[in-house]
Design a protein around this ligand. Structure first.
Ligand code: SGN
Ligand code: CA
Length: 519
């Protein structure tokens, strides 16, 4: 009898294991600050000049999402929102600076994958303070305040061993480690869920030297490059102008050789707060602004070229190892970025270039190649969607929604508006805390911290968001409707605090656990 029982258990177990083997693998690729306009699949204004053929292969083989947005457009907060499927005020990680560390004891989608028999790993940029949880393997950047550096990147492996990588540029290192995990470290009896996340193309935009000769010709400037911010008070108070807030490190201006380490640091930082500098006596005004822009955009796009190469290596690896048919591959970025739109670099604003994220996904078994979708998606939807694709139940308390139906080309009732809330102020870049709503056709933003300013944009007729229509009588009806939509969404997501309570979140002052900022 005992023998029979164990035979039955054996059979049950092996069938269980076999059905698990059929579940899709996941490779979630995320870069840092990669704007939609710098992903050529989107056919945006930089596409022809700076193609990303490998990243675009994901869209060609799968679906390109045209309207994916962020709930809070900076690094840690976006990553926390992705992991938890929840807005910042719910997952507790609402700013990078002095907002404390991510509460890693809470529910995240990788933990749920792991609990359901997946082998899980995270490699690369993490930037959440606490060590990753929910991963069987982790190797994340810890130096420069958790940002990591482009060279001599310091990683912590599995929460304990510190490794300084001196051989490769950080992009090449992360790509190498990701493929190495798939090849040599994962448990091949289980489906896998791998997240690998580049530092590139984050500030200070230091490319792998092998790309230094790429882009010799100058790039055009965006049509809003010389924006004067008329009618947009918060925007006029920014500190992220290419002309006025880029420092010498950003633009790779070598310091005089006699400087001490401390002086060198000061030299490089010069410019952050609007201090005037020029690399030569003859360069000033519009010519200086244009020189800074060219240095910036070329280095940024060279960093993107490194990411593109790395993505190609992963796609080739999956194919060569017959893993591509049953593996979901996603490419996204933690948020968008300004590449000279409004004269800016950086992110944070609810304006399109930073609010919007690239997102494409391939899953040859289930998603039609060359397909696309225009529904309003949020970063908090990624976790629910991946769980749903893997046949795992999505917890009710996740605020994002699965968009599996869209991926399979099915019609579905979907949200008609998306809600946004940004908190970090004034450091870095002096972006006023704000919340708002977008329907894809109209956007209403409220800047509330130490001003009371509203902005309304007609996105169909003013895609660059230059004309603030708030207060114009012919828009009073739509403004009223959008304000009530904001109320509804604030109640739905539990963000219905008083303005004072919201301001208090901006004022929170809890040091991050990383102290190593100067590497
Ligand atoms: C660094 C950058 C800022 C940037 C933040 C946040 N300064 O502090 O320009 O806004 O990161 O970026 S730097 O001189 O240190 O590069 S995020 O991607 O982590 O949100
Ligand atoms: Ca970022």
């Amino acid at each position: 009898m005992k023998q029979y029982l164990s035979l039955i258990f054996f059979l049950l177990f092996s069938f269980g294991a076999r059905s698990q083997d059929d579940r899709p693998n996941v490779v979630f690729v995320m870069s840092d600050d990669h704007a939609v306009s710098a992903v050529s699949a989107y056919n945006d204004w930089l596409s022809e000049l700076a193609p990303t053929p490998n990243i675009d292969r994901i869209a060609k083989d799968g679906m390109l999402m045209h309207a994916t947005y962020n709930t809070n457009s900076i690094c840690g907060p976006s990553r926390a929102a992705i992991l938890t499927g929840k807005y910042s005020h719910v997952n507790g990680f609402f700013k990078n600076e002095k907002g404390g560390d991510f509460d890693s004891s809470q529910q995240t989608f990788p933990k749920i994958f792991q609990r359901n028999g997946y082998n899980t790993a995270v490699i690369g940029k993490w930037h959440l303070g606490t060590a990753p949880t929910g991963f069987d393997y982790s190797k994340v950047m810890v130096n420069h305040g958790g940002q990591g550096t482009y060279f001599n990147t310091v990683f912590v492996e599995n929460g304990k061993d510190t490794i300084v990588e001196t051989e490769r540029h950080s992009t090449a290192q992360v790509a190498y480690d990701a493929i190495n995990w798939l090849k040599n470290k994962r448990n091949k009896n289980k489906p896998f869920m791998l997240m690998y996340q580049f530092k590139a193309p984050h500030r200070p935009w230091t490319p792998n030297p092998k790309f230094n000769e790429l882009y010799t010709d100058d790039f055009p400037q965006h049509e809003t490059f010389n924006d004067d911010y008329e009618g947009r008070v918060a925007a006029s108070q920014n500190m992220l102008e290419i002309e006025n807030h880029m420092n010498r490190k950003d633009l790779k201006v070598p310091p005089p050789p006699e400087l001490s380490a401390k002086e060198k640091n000061q030299y490089y930082k010069f410019g952050n707060n609007g201090e005037y500098w020029s690399p030569s006596d003859t360069l000033s005004g519009a010519a200086l602004k244009s020189w800074k822009y060219q240095r910036y955009i070329k280095d940024y796009l060279r960093c993107v070229a490194g990411v593109d190469e790395a993505v190609g290596q992963m796609l080739d690896f999956l194919k060569a190892n017959e893993l591509d048919e049953n593996t979901i591959v996603i490419y996204t970025s933690d948020q968008g970025f300004y590449l000279g739109e409004h004269g800016w670099f950086d992110k944070r604003w609810m304006y399109e270039p930073s609010f919007r994220m690239p997102f494409m996904i391939k899953y040859p078994r289930k998603i039609s190649p060359g397909s696309s979708n225009n529904d309003l998606l949020l970063n908090i939807d990624f976790g629910p969607t991946l769980l749903d694709l893997a046949g795992i139940e999505v917890p009710k308390d996740m605020q994002g929604k699965s968009f599996k139906k869209q991926l399979f080309g099915k019609r579905t009732n979907w949200r008609d508006a998306i809600y946004y809330h940004y908190y970090e102020y004034p450091f870095w870049h002096n972006v006023q805390p704000h919340y708002g709503v977008s329907t894809g056709k109209y956007k209403l933003i409220h800047y509330y911290y130490d001003m009371d300013e509203w902005e309304l944009f007609d996105l169909e007729n003013d895609k660059n968001e230059m004309q603030n229509l708030y207060g114009k009588p012919q828009y009073s009806k739509i403004t009223k409707a959008l304000k009530s939509k904001i109320k509804d969404l604030q109640i739905q997501y539990g963000d219905d605090m008083t303005l004072d309570e919201m301001r208090a979140m901006t004022d929170v002052n809890i040091q991050r656990s990383y102290s190593n900022r100067n590497n």
